[in-house]
Write a protein that binds this ligand. Structure first.
Ligand code: ADP
Ligand code: MG
Ligand code: MG
Length: 889
């Protein structure tokens, strides 16, 4: 087993083994770029080390120490110095680097090898006592915090104190003597906090730092981050040991970060920050003001030009936007890190098409460079930037969107106010599982504590709720039901605020919300905007490539028309339940309380023309495209008054001596229809069999609507879908009735109608017996919402707010199975049902309706198991189109 590799031995394709940082350091080394030499201890080593630690069977993988010694020896030879040598010390950095970058999660220690003696050697060799002491205090600070777990604030406070004593704000004003004092203080802090002296042996420092990096893989925040980013738990991190170069040598030195394009907008041109006389993280830590790369050219033309040349070269080599860390040591440029850079969604789309135009990549690849999630983010409304806005605070952009509502400070109020139709923003110091109900009810969530991996942030993203977290300048007082802003303003319960989950900004009052340009483009508006054009080109290519068709779930003509503009190729699910609400509720009541056949027929006769009109309008909006109409699905009592409310009403009336016969009869029926488990009760096809007139009426309304559309020279393509079928016999019974209705209408109207009849597969039994059910079905549509409930045996409406957060904690699932398909279990049933159905009917059309149809991961799964189409809400249609394209490319 080999544990350690020289940079020269690796390549960028070995991220699994060497981690991202190590693989790219190797790649740059082999490109001949100026990279300080070093070696990488593999992720395998980390896994072996952690396994030993867990079982207690050993301290360290066998042979590791020897290999490190060997590689260190060749590094010392290459550098002509020995680690921590008293006269001329070699110093190294010990850097973490996992396969996927986990910013701020893991640890790095610089200047390893300095001690009370070698600091003198460094000072003599570099001719700068100040530089040597500065390097030493940095080692103590990083080593103390990272390896010895001393509270890092103790160090930063002590440093601040030294600056204060000197009467300065800048670390640059501290001279060698001041820094020597800081070093002594830091050593004392370490001693006080750990009961031990800072280890003086350079090799011991290095070994401890290596272990600290391995251990950092398992910290709580690293685990939480991985769960949230869906990074597997068992990868481990690599460790890079690299010769130090020094940006803190003086004003002819410095360190910086750069991007080969603007990571925010995607615009061409180099972007970056440079800080003179600085080391490591200084440049991003905001300790002093940085300068732009253009200004760096004024300071050090040669290093700047070298950097530009290297950046161009890296971008051509990686064929993508890169981000870079570099250091200048006395006028010489060194490359310390590169990787394909993270970018905002809008930058992702722009960069992808720019790179096609520059001949760097093909369109296929451009489509793979963007994701449905990014597209979804671009479709969120944004606050109108031209509107006048009063900024109250800025926190972290935890979950995108623009939310406006009244501030509330507890879950009960959030739920209560939301129930009466008000938009609310839940404001908390931080959230915990007790706040879930409030979070569900709110438009957005604002917290003053916690980062992007806090409870609020993780849960909000999971629910697609807008969230700004960690707005630390806000003083939230939930008892007083108010929060105070730093400048003294107070926002009380009921005051309107606006939060921007894309930027992290919090505004007073209602900021007007503007539609996204991408949505306006989808809506057919001609807009001169290069982002909209980039999206259009990518979508066109994805559409050309994809196999999977994309339909929409739409119950109204407006939704249908909008989805069609968004590229929907038909309706996969038109629910009919809302058509029975509002004024029509009374007709449903009459249907239910009818004493005899005649009463039932009379109620149905009144519903028929209304339903026909509903269907005609939807068929018109989707003219020429298939429209799958689902017959009535929910339990009937959903259309009736609440049992308790009605009982109370009747009792009170009777106490007053009033007798309301109607209310009394209704109550009898409501009692009769009341169910303990309505989701498992009289609904779907069972309703059709129990009250045959209902489905008959709906089938006739659909057939008549189709005939009307034909009279109007349209091309209606209705498909009738029967919900909640478990047995082929159920479907046969209902199907016979539907066919009779269609035949009658054809006869009456003298037309030939083309109406297929299919079923939802949303019960495990149906998936299991799909080969039999297919005999009576022209098509299948997997109702993955119900199928998920029935497969897991839990109700969506209840569980998400009750025990799901525990399930996430325990890793039972990493995302709600209602949000992203449980591919193993529920997906297994989809796959089996499809296979079995097509065994009976090889050409069986199979779709999926339910939220999963618009979820990127699920779309890929549905494509892979060969479904004909997915159907999703109108706003997810472009997302599904893009992902269906990405799935085949
Ligand atoms: P992170 O993954 O958090 O960026 P890094 O390992 O990249 O951590 O290191 C932290 C900082 O230290 C970076 O700014 C990096 O450029 C700098 N650094 C790391 N190794 C060296 C080195 N050998 N010489 C000089 N600076 C270094
Ligand atoms: Mg880095
Ligand atoms: Mg269902």
């Amino acid at each position: 087993m080999t544990w350690v590799y020289d940079f020269a031995e690796g390549s960028k394709d070995q991220k699994d083994l060497l981690g991202g940082k190590g693989a790219n350091l190797a790649e740059m080394t082999n490109l001949g770029l100026p990279v300080p030499p070093g070696f990488t201890i593999s992720t395998e080593t980390c896994r072996a080390y952690l396994a030993l630690k867990e079982t207690g069977e050993g301290d360290e993988p066998e042979g590791l120490s020897e290999e490190v010694t060997e590689h260190l020896a060749s590094l010392e030879e290459a550098m002509g110095k020995k680690l921590g040598d008293a006269e001329d010390p070699l110093l190294v950095s010990v850097r973490s680097g996992a396969k996927f970058s986990m910013p701020g999660m893991m640890e790095t220690v610089l200047n390893v090898g300095l001690n009370d003696t070698s600091v003198g050697g460094l000072a003599a060799r570099s001719d700068s006592e100040r530089f040597a002491q500065d390097s030493y205090r940095r080692l103590l600070q990083m080593f103390g915090g990272t390896v010895l777990h001393v509270d890092s604030e103790l160090f930063s406070d002590a440093l601040d104190e030294a600056k204060r004593a000197k009467g300065t704000e800048s670390d640059l004003d501290l001279d060698a003597d001041d820094l020597r004092g800081v070093v002594e203080t830091f050593k004392q802090i370490i001693k006080d906090q750990t009961g031990r002296d800072f280890p003086q042996d350079p090799r011991e420092q290095m070994d401890l730092a290596i272990r600290a990096v391995f251990d950092s893989w398992n910290t709580d925040r690293a685990r939480l981050y991985r769960r949230q980013e869906r990074i597997p738990e068992d990868l481990g991190t690599a460790v890079n040991v690299q010769a130090m170069v020094f940006g803190n040598f003086g004003m002819d030195s410095g360190s910086g970060v750069a991007f080969t394009r603007d990571p925010a907008s995607g615009a061409q041109g180099e972007y970056g920050d440079y800080l003179q006389n600085a080391q490591g993280e200084d440049v991003v830590a905001g300790i002093r003001n940085t300068v732009s790369l253009a200004d760096m050219a004024e300071i050090d033309r040669q290093s700047h030009d070298d950097l530009m040349t290297i950046m161009t070269r890296l971008e051509r080599h990686y064929r993508d936007m890169c981000d870079i860390e570099f250091t200048v040591e006395r006028g010489k440029l060194w490359m310390l890190q590169t990787r394909v850079g993270k970018r905002t969604p809008e930058a992702a789309f722009r960069i992808a098409v720019h790179m096609v135009d520059e001949g760097m990549i093909q369109m296929d690849e451009a489509v793979l460079r963007v994701t449905g999630d990014q597209l979804a983010q671009l479709m969120f409304p944004r606050f109108d930037e031209s509107a006048e806005r009063t900024l109250l605070a800025k926190g972290m952009n935890a979950s995108p969107g623009a939310a406006v509502g009244k501030a509330v400070f507890d879950s009960d109020t959030a739920v209560e106010w939301a129930d009466r139709g008000e938009d609310v923003i839940l404001v908390r110091k931080e959230t915990n599982p007790d706040d879930l109900r409030g979070m569900v009810a709110a438009r957005g969530i604002l917290t003053s504590r916690g980062g992007k991996t806090s409870h609020a942030a993780v849960v909000a993203r999971g629910m697609g709720r807008t969230c700004v977290c960690g707005a630390e300048s806000l003083d939230v007082d939930h008892k007083a039901r108010e929060f105070r802003v730093r400048d003294g303003e107070t926002i009380r319960e009921g005051d309107v605020i606006s939060i921007d989950g894309t930027t992290g900004e919090v505004f007073a009052g209602a900021v007007p919300v503007a539609d996204s340009v991408v949505v306006r483009h989808f809506e057919g508006e001609k807009i001169d905007d290069d982002l909209a054009q980039a999206v259009a080109r990518i979508m066109a290519h994805a559409d050309g490539a994809r196999r999977l068709r994309v339909r929409t779930n739409a119950d109204t003509p407006d939704d249908a028309a909008r989805a069609r503009r968004f590229g929907a190729q038909g309706i996969g699910l038109c629910r009919t339940e809302h058509m029975f609400l509002g004024e029509r509720r009374e007709l449903v009541e009459r249907l239910i309380v009818a004493e005899d056949e005649a009463g039932v027929e009379a109620a149905l006769d009144e519903l028929l023309p209304l339903q026909r009109q509903d269907f005609t309008e939807i068929l018109e909006a989707m003219d020429g495209l298939p429209v799958t109409i689902r017959l009535l699905d929910p339990p009937l009592h959903e259309f009736l008054p609440d049992l308790t409310d009605l009982s109370v009403e009747v009792a009170l009336a009777e106490e007053r001596g009033q007798v309301d016969e109607h209310a009394r009869t209704l109550l009898t029926h409501v009692r009769r229809l009341h169910e303990q488990n309505p989701m498992l009760g009289l609904r779907g096809v069972r309703l059709g069999i129990q009250i045959p007139g209902l489905f008959r009426m709906q089938a006739r309304a659909i057939a008549e609507a189709a005939a009307d559309r034909m009279d109007a020279h349209g091309t209606p393509r209705p498909e009738i879908m029967v919900p909640l079928v478990a047995s082929v016999r159920e479907l046969e019974i209902v199907r016979a009735e539907i066919e009779r209705q269609v035949a009658e209408v054809e006869e009456e109207r003298g037309v030939k109608l083309d109406i297929s009849i299919g079923t939802m597969i949303e019960l495990p039994r149906a998936a299991f017996l799909a080969n039999r059910i297919a005999k009576a079905a022209d098509f299948f549509s997997f109702g993955t919402n119900d199928l998920t409930q029935m497969a897991w045996g839990f109700s969506r409406d209840d569980v998400e707010a009750s025990f799901f957060s525990r399930y996430f904690e325990h890793g039972i699932f990493d995302v709600s199975p209602f949000e992203s398909l449980d591919q193993l279990g529920v997906g297994g049933m989809v796959e089996m049902g499809t296979k079995k159905g097509r065994k009976t009917k090889p050409d069986l059309k199979v779709g999926v309706c339910g939220e999963h149809g618009g979820d990127p991961r699920s779309v890929h799964f549905f494509d892979e198991v060969g479904l004909t189409y997915v159907s999703c809400s109108p706003f997810r249609v472009p997302v599904a189109r893009l992902e269906a394209g990405r799935s085949v490319l």
